[in-house]
Structures are given as C-alpha cells and as structure tokens.
Design a protein around this ligand. Structure first.
Ligand SMILES: [Ca+2]
Ligand SMILES: [Ca+2]
Length: 157
C-alpha cells in the first residue's frame, strides 16, 4: 500500500516536469513563474540612464516601487532574481540572486519601496541587453506570490 502511494506521488511529481519539457518556450515561462503579479521597478533608483558597467565591482540596486496596485512594504521576499529581459522571457526564473534587500522610500513619494541588491559581476547581461527583468517570490498579506517587473538598461563592458 505504501509503495502504491509512493508511486502515485512520484508520478504526480514527475508530471509537471514532463509537461514542462514538452511545452513551448512561451508557455514554459508561464509554468516556471506562475501567475506573477506585475510590478513597477526602477533599476538604479533616481538614475534615469540605468547605465550598468559590467566590469564594475559592487552592487546594483533595483527598487520595487509602491503603487496604487502594489504595496511593496507589505511584500516579504524569500528570493529574487535579476535577468536579461530576453533570457527571462524564454527561460523563466533565472539570473543573479539578490544578495540582500531593504525597505526604503526609493522615489521619495513618502511611501516605502523595496530595494533589492544584486552583484554586478553575477548579472547575465551582455552589451546587447536593453532591458532587465526582476522576479521575486515571497509573501504578500500572508499569501505567497511571484512578482515580475522590467526596466530598461544601458550596458557597458
Ligand atoms: Ca533608474
Ligand atoms: Ca516610494
């Protein structure tokens, strides 16, 4: 009996993998990051050029802004990734892991935002990258959600 339950369980767990393997790139993205909540992000808050020098040491700040639809101060992240937007669209949740995050008013509108920090050396951006996508998951009003936002970048080697 135990074996049967185990086999059923294994079959159930294996199913999404099979499904993913057969899926097209577009639906694979939806499968990998299910039901994401769109958010507004600002790469390098306060800097409109969003220039990133890939050879630079240090951290890149990316803010998730509080808007009418999303209160970033109520989101408790568990993990976050930043990826070239083109790669994120085909590969799903990939890219550099956030090394830390903090709550601060990034755009000085009086409402707290959430700022993630990524190691520039770990980014999968190239000199052809024109946009980067932030993906994060965590709890929001005690519900687990995925958030996703994209901002433009200008990459220098
Ligand atoms: Ca910016
Ligand atoms: Ca703010």
């Amino acid at each position: 009996m135990k074996k049967l339950i185990l086999r059923t369980l294994v079959a159930m767990l294996a199913l999404p993998v099979w499904f993913l393997a057969g899926a097209t790139a577009a639906s694979a993205e939806e499968m990998t990051c299910p039901e994401h909540t769109p958010v507004t992000i600002d790469i390098k808050p306060g800097d409109h050029s969003n220039k990133i020098k890939l050879s630079a040491r240090g951290l890149l700040p990316v803010a998730v802004l509080t808007t009418q639809d999303f209160d970033a101060s109520q989101f408790t992240p568990e993990m976050a990734h930043l990826s070239d937007a083109g790669i994120a669209a085909t590969m799903g949740c990939v890219g550099a892991d956030a090394v830390r995050w903090k709550y601060a008013d990034a755009n000085r509108d009086g409402r707290l935002d959430l700022i993630f920090f990524f190691r520039i050396r770990e980014l999968n951006l190239t000199s052809n990258s024109t946009a980067a996508t932030l993906m994060a998951h965590g709890s929001y009003n005690s519900t687990m959600i995925h958030i996703l936002g994209t901002d433009s970048v200008r990459v220098k080697r």
